[in-house]
Design a binder for this molecule. Structure first.
Ligand SMILES: [Zn+2]
Length: 244
């Protein structure tokens, strides 16, 4: 087993608390989802990655341009989440993260185009906002997680990792020490240190959920390791020179 080390957490939208699997969170409430809702990103286009070996590896790559958001609410929260799990923070939250010298992220300008107005208010002051782009690296998760590389495509670079069994266990030997980071194979999971968790809790920041990374549960979705036929190309028979 893993030696007891420091605790790591996953920072996510309160949507993750819609508990089919009764996720244990240390902070956040599902009520924020009703109040703040997910944001709509306008006119998003992404690069297309195509694979000549297996068309099932075709996928969207990097997003073109910065985020432009339409908020479905007149309430501004401290975190805004898009349907694609992008994380956006208004200026005061960015300032807080800078003042506390948190590491492992870059702010990318994001524009809130519109907020829904309510009642008699003609307009709402639209704040300056930033996409929180995580740059810290956690490397490969600890093997006790059950997370391992199942397949890497030699042509297009597509990778598939196995599911986690005991949440995401961070391997401190691999982690670069950043406060915000991601582990290989799980780009949608924003991992954070205890320090980030404490700052969010102390400042009562709204519209997020914090889950101990080892409490993350896989839920009912199929586990990739049980279905390699879904992503490993069928062997192509390479023919030698014709025999005559
Ligand atoms: Zn491929």
């Amino acid at each position: 087993m893993v030696k007891p080390g420091r605790d790591f957490y996953c920072l996510c939208s309160p949507i993750e608390l819609r508990s089919e699997t009764s996720v244990k969170s240390v902070y956040g409430t599902i009520e924020w989802l009703q109040k703040f809702k997910s944001a709509e990103a306008k006119g998003v286009t992404v690069e297309h990655i195509r694979c000549s070996l297996d068309p099932r590896h075709n996928r969207g790559g990097k997003r073109n341009g910065n985020l432009q958001l339409v908020l479905q609410t007149s309430h501004l929260s401290d975190f805004v989440w898009t349907w694609m799990r992008e994380c956006v923070i208004p200026n005061p939250v960015l300032q807080l993260f800078k003042d506390t010298a948190l590491t492992g992220f870059e702010p990318l300008p994001a524009k809130i185009e519109k907020m829904r107005t309510s009642g008699t208010k003609a307009s709402v002051q639209i704040p300056e906002a930033w996409e929180l782009v995580v740059t810290g690296k956690g490397g490969d998760a600890h093997p006790d997680s059950g997370i391992r590389l199942l397949y890497a495509c030699p042509v297009c670079g597509y990778t598939r990792y196995s599911s986690f069994k005991e949440g995401i266990i961070v391997d401190e030997e691999q982690w670069d020490g950043s406060d915000f980071f991601k582990v290989n194979g799980y780009p949608n999971f924003i991992m954070i240190t205890e320090r980030v968790k404490d700052i969010i809790v102390e400042n009562k920041l709204t519209n997020c959920a914090i889950i101990r990374s080892e409490d993350l549960r896989w839920g009912n979705i199929p586990r990739p390791e049980d279905h390699p036929e879904n992503f490993v190309p069928t062997k192509v028979v390479v023919r030698g020179p014709a025999e005559t």
